[in-house]
Unconditional design. Structure first.
Length: 170
């Protein structure tokens, strides 16, 4: 399978550990690491920092920019690991529509545990107060064959081991 996968998308709500797992996976695979947060406009980041969630309409150009960037990286011969919320199925489907062979890892778990992580995180624009809106917007990837679940409660080394095994990556 590893010969056919060019992109791995690590998805979940804010504070689930997407960036940590995606960075580790990019190092182990190896691949280019991309953080979907870097594709948000300054206006979108300011809105979230002020405690107001984005609407689906506001997310659409963000997802479009990410999809185009993935295509460019793969066209240049790179493999990519993307940390991406992927809260809505339509966002995941938009990435799938690129035609780039990809798989998804879904970091899922207890909202209380994730809230605790967000409360101690101080280096991010996304406030803990938006976690409820993230869970409300989340359309869990049921019946999506290209998605593998990873438990947020597991230590990062276990998550990486499980991800590599599930994706049949070396």
């Amino acid at each position: 399978m590893s010969d056919r996968v060019n992109v791995i998308v690590v998805m979940g709500v804010s504070g689930s550990g997407k960036t940590t797992l995606a960075r580790a996976l990019a190092g182990a695979w190896p691949a280019t690491f991309l953080d979907a947060d870097d594709f948000h406009s300054a206006v979108a980041k300011a809105r979230m920092a002020s405690g107001r969630p984005l609407t689906d309409r506001m997310r659409a150009p963000w997802v479009r920019r990410i999809a185009m960037d993935l295509q460019q990286h793969v066209a240049a011969g790179e493999r990519v690991v993307l940390a991406f919320s992927g809260l809505r199925r339509r966002h995941r489907d938009r990435l799938r529509a690129t035609g780039v062979p990809m798989r998804f890892l879904f970091l899922h778990g207890d909202q209380e545990l994730i809230a605790t992580r967000l409360q101690v995180r101080h280096d991010h624009y996304m406030p803990a107060s938006l976690l409820d809106s993230q869970f409300a917007a989340l359309e869990a990837p049921r019946e999506e064959a290209d998605v593998t679940g990873i438990d947020v409660a597991d230590p990062p080394a276990v998550q990486l081991r499980d991800a590599l095994a599930a994706l049949a990556l070396p």
